[in-house]
Structure formats: structure tokens, C-alpha cells
Design a binder for this molecule. Structure first.
Ligand SMILES: Cc1ncc(COP(=O)(O)O)c(C=O)c1O
Length: 412
């Protein structure tokens, strides 16, 4: 039987006739292969993985117990469709308690989602016609841009530059781009830069959105994970935000629940309704028992605070270690990402023209895995989500990183 008809059936959006035959290695595959090779060559040295974008802790025992209890109840077995009202109520209370957003109607302004990734994937279907623009930021989480393009829309990528504190420069958009733009995607605390946005920035965003009739989608996946002088900040806590936008809150990182798949879209009622309509045509909702475990989580924001304390402590240790070696590392105010500018070379003659070069060097020569970003400057991202049972172990791991790096003379 010939399979040619299969090869010629793939849609252009996934590569058309060439789907599956592309031999280009993408970033994460390159990292994976380099890690496997380094481990094989150095079987007695532990590879320290600072590249993982997921919490090292599992969900609290009480959350797991709630799932266990609720999973046994026959009334939880049905399709959940657009979600259970109790979850929306808990989400609205959480927004009030953690972010001071007190004016939410849990009937019309909240809708659960099976994680924020599918919400980002579905939102363009509610707004993007061919030729419409979604404004994205780079480096960043690309899902909304990908789906915009799959629908025949276009993306405009605004660079997140160090000199602008990793905030996009909205004034760099042309009149035509602003005219065609329907959606503006923002994410603070930001993956991968770790940058946080302040109230002034969100105020500018709201003014920009009103002036240009652009809908704001704020991806708040790390919103609860802040430290030092940074208070948890929701886009929706700003006056006027609900007139122009929505926020996506996720339980993945805040409650160590990545695999559970639970998030919610919150904000402007008509935007939430548009999302719910698209969602209803994509999935049948998250398992009610998981939503109920999610309610327990949302009622216990101290879990997020405890998690944030751990990341804050690890960031401090890592920043100190990297600074001692000569890196210009600066502790972020949120997220578990430390985004560090690469050195240009080593005194031994290794040159790093890209972050990818440097990240490969770190894996091969130092058995330290990071994620490189070359979209706007050359940076590597360390995640402080490495596996360590206690502070002592954390200290040991950071000390090992420091010792390994200190053996080389880096040129910055
Ligand atoms: C910025 C950002 N948005 C969304 C997600 C996806 O989160 P979820 O687990 O809620 O789908 C991630 C996950 O890494 C992320 O970094």
C-alpha cells in the first residue's frame, strides 16, 4: 500500500508535504541530545539540570487527598463542559484575596480551562480572521502566535530588551500594525526573562488598548510566585483593565500542579464568553474531581507563598554564585527563571556567538543544562526548579555549579 497520499495530505500549517521529513534539530531536541551525549561521556559526574520549566515539588498532600476523595464520588463522573460553578466561585475569591480584584462576577467573568496552554491556543479562534494581527513578545511563550498564524492571521513580535527592563515598547508599532491588531499577548512575571511588570506599565497597556481597540490577554502563569518587594499583581487590579482584557491564571506553577491541567480565564464578560464558546467546541472540561482539588488549592494561597520562598532563596544563592564568577546575574522579582547574559568567550579560546553555543558548552564541558534564547540579545535561562530535598542540598548543588564554572576563565 502506498502512503504517498498520507504525505501529501498534511496541512501547510504543520509543514505540508514535508511534514515529518525536516531534519533541522530544534532547540529542545538539541539540548536533549547534548545532555544524553554528555552523560554517556561522563558517567560519574552528575548532570545538573537547570533547564526544567516545571516545579520540583509535587502538589500538597491535601490537594492529592481531595482528588482521591472526589474521584470516588459518582456525581463527579460526568463531562464537566465549561466547568463547575464552585470552581468559578473559588477562582473569584482567590482573585480577591491574592490580588485584591474584588469586582468579579463568578457567573459571567470566570471560566475554567484545561491548563493555560489550551486557553492560549483557543483564544485566537474567538478573534482572529485572516489578516488580523496578534502582538506577541519575544523571547516568550509562543502558543497564541502559532494559532494566530494557523488561522491566517499574522504576528508582530516585540522584543523584550534588557535596556527596557524586558517590557515591550508599544510605541514601536506602526499605524498599520495597530490598525490590524486584535490581540496583545503579555506575560508577567515573564517566561523566560523573569521580569515583572509594575502598575505603571499595565496602565500604559490599558491606555494603548483603549486608544487602538486592541484586546489584552495577560498570561499570569507565574503571578503568585513573586518575592522581595514585589506584591502579587494582576492585570485586572488596574482600573479599566476589565474593559479591554482578560487574564489567564494557572494552577500549574502556583500550586505545583503542572500535570493536573487546571487554569481559568478571568476578566471581561464578553471576552470570557467568547472563550467559553470556543472551548465548548474543543473539549468537555476538566474532570470535576480535579476542579474540586483545585478549589482546595485556591483556598490555600499560602502554598504559593511557601513555594515562592523556596524559589527566592535558590535565586539568591544562584545569583551570588554566578556573580562571583563574573556573570551579570540579577535576582528577578518573580518566577523561577534566572535569565543571564552569556559571556563572549573563554580565555582558552572558546567563542560564544550565540546563547545556543554557550548552552551547548555548559552541557558538554560543565554538565550543567540551561535553555538558550537568542531572540533579543543572547541569554541563557536557569530554572531554580532543580531537585533538592532541603536547603543543605540546594546549597551543595549551587556550590557544585560554582565550582564547575570557576574552573574556566570566562570573558564577559
Ligand atoms: C508563560 C507561560 N504560559 C503558559 C504556560 C502553560 O501553563 P499551563 O500548565 O497552565 O498550560 C507556561 C508553561 O510553561 C508558561 O511558561
Amino acid at each position: 500500500m502506498t502512503t504517498d497520499f498520507i504525505q501529501s495530505s498534511f496541512a501547510e500549517r504543520i509543514g505540508g508535504k514535508k511534514f515529518g521529513q525536516d531534519t533541522t534539530l530544534y532547540k529542545f531536541e538539541k539540548i536533549k541530545r547534548a545532555k544524553a551525549a554528555a552523560k554517556k561521556e561522563n558517567p560519574n559526574t552528575e548532570l545538573i539540570d537547570m533547564g526544567v520549566g516545571e516545579p520540583d515539588w509535587m502538589a500538597e498532600k491535601e490537594i492529592v487527598d481531595t482528588l482521591y476523595q472526589e474521584a470516588k464520588k459518582p456525581e463527579n463522573r460526568f463531562y464537566a463542559d465549561n466547568g463547575i460553578q464552585e470552581f468559578n466561585n473559588a477562582a473569584a475569591n482567590y482573585m480577591a484575596e491574592v490580588f485584591g480584584v474584588t469586582d468579579l462576577d463568578p457567573q459571567t467573568e470566570v471560566n475554567h480551562s484545561i491548563g493555560s496552554k489550551p486557553a492560549l491556543a483557543m483564544l485566537p479562534s474567538a478573534f482572529i480572521n485572516p489578516g488580523d494581527i496578534t502582538i506577541m513578545t519575544v523571547p516568550g511563550y509562543p502558543v497564541m502566535g502559532t494559532h494566530t498564524e494557523w488561522l491566517g492571521g499574522e504576528t508582530v513580535n516585540l522584543p523584550l530588551l534588557k535596556e527596557n527592563n524586558f517590557l515591550p515598547d508599544l510605541s514601536s508599532l506602526t499605524e498599520e500594525q495597530k490598525e490590524k491588531a486584535k490581540l496583545l499577548y503579555l506575560n508577567y512575571p515573564n517566561n523566560p526573562t523573569g521580569a515583572t511588570a509594575g502598575r505603571e506599565f499595565f496602565e500604559q497597556v490599558i491606555e494603548f488598548a483603549k486608544e487602538n481597540n486592541i484586546i489584552v490577554v495577560h498570561d499570569a502563569a507565574y503571578a503568585g510566585l513573586v518575592f522581595d518587594e514585589q506584591e502579587p499583581l494582576s492585570f485586572l487590579s488596574l482600573p479599566g483593565a476589565k474593559e479591554v482584557g482578560i487574564e489567564i491564571q494557572s494552577l500549574s506553577k502556583s500550586f505545583n500542579m503542572t500535570g493536573w491541567r487546571l487554569a481559568f480565564v478571568v476578566g471581561n464578560d464578553r471576552l470570557v464568553n467568547a472563550f467559553a464558546t470556543v472551548k465548548d467546541n474543543n473539549d468537555s472540561g476538566q474532570f470535576r474531581a480535579i476542579q474540586k482539588a483545585g478549589i482546595y488549592a485556591l483556598e490555600h494561597p499560602e502554598i504559593t507563598e511557601k513555594t515562592a520562598e523556596k524559589y527566592s532563596r535558590r535565586h539568591e544563592m544562584l545569583v551570588d554564585a554566578l556573580q562571583d564568577i563574573g556573570f551579570k546575574a540579577k535576582k528577578p522579582k518573580g518566577s523561577f527563571y534566572l535569565y543571564v547574559e552569556i559571556p563572549s568567550a573563554t580565555a582558552d579560546g572558546d567563542e560564544f556567538n550565540t546563547a545556543e553555543d554557550f548552552s551547548q558548552f555548559l552541557i558538554k564541558e560543565k554538565l550543567i543544562s540551561t535553555v538558550p534564547w537568542d531572540d533579543a540579545g543572547n541569554f541563557v535561562r536557569f530554572s531554580v526548579t532543580f531537585e533538592a530535598d532541603d536547603k543543605e542540598e540546594e546549597r551543595k548543588i549551587i556550590q557544585t555549579i560554582k565550582n564547575r564554572l570557576a574552573e574556566t576563565d570566562f570573558i564577559f
